[in-house]
Ligand binder design. Structure first.
Ligand SMILES: [Zn+2]
Ligand SMILES: [Zn+2]
Length: 347
C-alpha cells in the first residue's frame, strides 16, 4: 500500500509553542518541479514548451493529459501537500504531541495556455478571467465540510524557488485556517468590538487620506504599500468595499480589481525591466462556517528583492524573533512604483 509508506511522512503536526499546524509533506521529496533548472526569464521563452506540465495538450507526471484549454485551467496537484489520500489512521505520537490527517485539496491554476505570458502582460480580459476562476474555486471549495480555509497564492521567480516558468498559481484548501488569516480575522473582530468600525476600512481611510503610499487606484479598488509594510515592495491590492472573500466581488468590481492588480504587476516588471519575483497571496476569509463579515478580502505581495540582485534575507529578527526589521521606507517605495509607466516595458 502506497499509503503505508506515507505514515509519518505525510501528516499535520501541532506546534504547541507557536500554536499552529505544521504540514509534514516529506512524501513529496521527489516532486518533479523541485530540481529543474530554467532560465530566469531574461531569455525569451517559447509560447509552448513540449516538456512543460502546464502547457495545453501535454502529459503530466500523473499520466493525465492537459486538454487544449483556453483561459485559466485548474487541476488537482499531482504532488499534493494536503489531500484525501493522506494517511488517516496515524500512529499516536508521544506525550503531549498531536497529529492528524493532512486532509484537504491541493490544486494548480494555469493562468492561461501561453507558456511565456505572465499576468503582467496578459490582456485585461484574461486577468478578469483569472479573478473569475478564483471566485469559482473559492465558492466551490468553501462548500466542502472538510475545508476550513482556501489559500490561493502564486510563487513567482527563482528568487522564491520556482523552477516552473509557465505562469501559474496554487490552491491549498485545508482542514485548518492558516495562521496569518486567523490572526487577521481575530484582529478584525476585536477592532469591530472596540470601535464599531471595520479594521480594513480604517486602514483604507488612513491610506487614502495620506495618499503617499498609494500605488494605483480606480473607482472601486486600490493598491498601496501600507504604513506598516515589512517588505520593500509589499503591495496590498484591495477592493474599497468590504467583502470577506474574492467571490463577493461584483462583476464591475472584478473589472476594477483586475485592472489595479495588473497595474501593480506591470509596475513591478517595469521597476528594473525584468520579470519581478514575488509571493502573492489572496487573503480570503476562512470557510469554517463562522461569521467573517468583518474580514476584508485583499491580496498581499511579498517580493523578496530590495534591489535587482539584493534579497531581503529573513534572518535573526524575522526567523529567530518573528518580527520584521524593514530596511526601506514604505512611501518612498510606493512613489517609485507610482511614477513608473503604466504600460509594460516589453509591450
Ligand atoms: Zn508551459
Ligand atoms: Zn492580509
Amino acid at each position: 500500500m502506497q499509503n503505508d509508506l506515507h505514515v509519518g511522512r505525510w501528516e499535520e503536526r501541532w506546534h504547541p509553542l507557536r500554536q499552529e499546524w505544521v504540514i509534514l509533506a516529506a512524501h513529496r521529496q521527489n516532486r518533479p518541479w523541485s530540481g529543474e533548472t530554467v532560465n530566469s526569464g531574461q531569455i525569451s521563452l517559447p509560447k509552448h514548451d513540449p516538456d512543460c506540465y502546464l502547457c495545453p495538450g501535454n502529459q503530466r507526471v500523473s499520466g493525465s493529459r492537459n486538454p487544449n484549454y483556453s483561459g485559466a485551467y485548474v487541476f488537482e496537484n499531482d504532488h499534493p501537500c494536503v489531500g484525501p489520500l493522506a494517511p488517516k489512521n496515524l500512529p499516536p505520537p508521544t506525550g503531549i504531541y498531536q497529529n492528524r490527517q493532512a486532509d484537504g485539496i491541493a490544486k494548480v491554476i494555469s493562468y492561461g495556455p501561453r507558456h511565456d505570458l505572465t499576468l503582467a502582460e496578459m490582456a485585461p480580459a484574461e486577468v478578469e478571467n483569472l479573478v473569475g476562476t478564483w471566485q469559482g474555486e473559492y465558492a466551490q471549495l468553501a462548500q466542502r465540510p472538510e475545508i476550513n480555509h482556501v489559500l490561493m497564492f502564486e510563487n513567482k521567480g527563482e528568487a522564491v524557488g520556482v523552477s516552473m516558468p509557465h505562469p501559474h498559481g496554487q490552491i491549498y484548501a485545508t482542514n485548518f485556517v492558516f495562521k496569518t488569516i486567523e490572526t487577521e480575522a481575530k484582529a478584525s473582530d476585536q477592532h469591530f468590538a472596540e470601535h464599531g468600525r471595520r479594521l480594513f476600512q480604517d486602514i483604507l481611510t488612513a491610506e487614502l487620506a495620506d495618499q503617499k503610499r498609494i500605488v494605483a487606484e480606480n473607482e472601486t479598488a486600490v493598491a498601496f504599500i501600507p504604513y506598516f509594510g515589512r517588505y520593500a515592495y509589499e503591495v496590498f491590492v484591495a477592493p474599497k468595499r468590504t467583502v470577506p472573500n474574492v467571490a463577493g466581488l461584483t462583476a464591475a468590481e472584478v473589472v476594477d480589481f483586475s485592472a489595479i492588480l495588473q497595474q501593480v504587476l506591470i509596475r513591478f516588471d517595469n521597476l528594473w525591466e525584468m520579470p519581478f519575483p514575488y509571493v502573492m497571496a489572496l487573503h480570503n476569509a476562512p470557510t469554517d462556517g463562522s461569521d467573517y463579515s468583518n474580514f476584508h478580502f485583499h491580496i498581499e505581495f511579498h517580493p523578496p528583492l530590495r534591489k535587482p540582485n539584493l534579497l531581503k534575507y529573513l534572518a535573526g529578527p524575522e526567523i529567530g524573533g518573528g518580527n520584521f526589521l524593514s530596511d526601506t521606507v514604505p512611501w518612498e517605495k510606493a512613489a517609485e512604483l507610482r511614477k513608473l509607466p503604466s504600460t509594460h516595458y516589453r509591450a
